[in-house]
Design a protein around this ligand. Structure first.
Ligand code: ATR
Length: 282
């Protein structure tokens, strides 16, 4: 005789993106659920259209979703409520199901701020943000909100100027970077990501000992940008730290309890190393 089927109720979470299947978030979140003995599952939802993914998540009773490229702005528009940061950034990377609908939050900026705060103060410190796209918006917002003096530099100058005007900070042409001597530099573009060309030509002596240099790219873990910075004696912070802290903030918002940060970091590091091993064999 067959044993009766046991129905075990699991809470559902996931990441919606295009692509989503290479995301490291499932590894990080699943490790956190497991460490705390939670009956919860975190899935990668590869979606053509965000609206459809949200309907499916609704039907299946998902509690929360991470939202990634290219849906962060669209997610913002689908939320019944968003926090102040999401309002200022114009994008949402986290949604949570409520009886009235999905409410949204932006934790990307917190990811950067928390990763940087482990190694440096931000208040009153000068910081250069390279890039002026969606990722840069969160970084600029986070640094400004933390009291840093922010400069933006971007390949297309007009975008740097527009972003600086939006947030009330300064911008500087890429070929004029030796005019400033920031304590912190955050690289927010995809340049240097595995498979994309690295196109910066920074002034000689730009990186200095005592600088804190962060790259939000995590594949490879050590980008050409970070390698150059470390070689000059700067302290490098890789993109996994940002990914970790934006996830820690998501977890604690969904579950209303502290996230197991150490377990999540460990899971991410292991997964990223596997990814690099694979890339170097391709
Ligand atoms: P995201 O939302 O990931 O930030 P985005 O809005 O398309 O993506 O912005 C990409 C950013 O990376 C831009 O700042 C872009 O510079 P431009 O505004 O000049 O296009 C920058 N970027 C992408 N590839 C780059 C490269 N090879 N060298 C320098 N900057 C690059």
């Amino acid at each position: 005789m067959r044993a009766p089927v046991q129905s075990v109720q699991h809470e559902l979470y996931g990441v919606v993106g295009r692509p989503a299947r290479h995301s490291l978030s499932p590894v990080m979140m699943q490790a956190a659920f497991q460490a705390l003995g939670l009956r919860a599952v975190y899935l990668a939802l590869e979606a053509e259209a965000f609206r459809e993914a949200l309907s499916v998540a609704d039907l299946l009773g998902f509690r929360g979703l991470s939202v990634t490229v290219p849906f962060k702005q669209e997610a913002f528009r689908h939320c019944i409520r968003v926090d102040d940061a999401a309002h200022s950034i114009g994008a949402v990377n986290t949604v949570r199901r409520t009886d009235a609908g999905w409410e949204g939050r932006n934790t990307d900026w917190l990811g950067t701020v928390r990763a940087l705060r482990r190694v440096t103060a931000l208040e009153g410190v000068s910081a250069l943000v390279i890039g002026a796209g969606g990722a840069a918006r969160g970084v600029v917002y986070g640094l400004m909100r933390s009291g840093a003096e922010v400069f933006i530099a971007n390949r297309t100058e007009s975008r740097a100027r527009d972003l600086a005007a939006l947030f009330g900070c300064a911008w500087v042409p890429m070929n004029d970077l030796d005019r400033i001597s920031p304590k912190i530099v955050v690289q927010t573009t995809t340049a240097g990501m595995s498979g994309t060309p690295y196109g910066f030509s920074l002034p000689a002596g730009f990186f200095r000992p005592g600088m804190v240099v962060m790259d939000i790219v995590y594949n490879p873990l050590e980008t050409p940008f970070l390698r150059q910075a470390r070689h000059a004696g700067a302290l490098g912070v890789d993109g996994l730290e940002m990914l970790l802290y934006q996830g820690v903030e998501q977890f604690s918002w969904w579950l209303q309890r502290p996230a197991p940060e150490g377990v999540m970091r460990e899971a991410l590091r292991r997964a990223a190393q596997r990814l690099q091993g694979k890339a170097s064999h391709e």
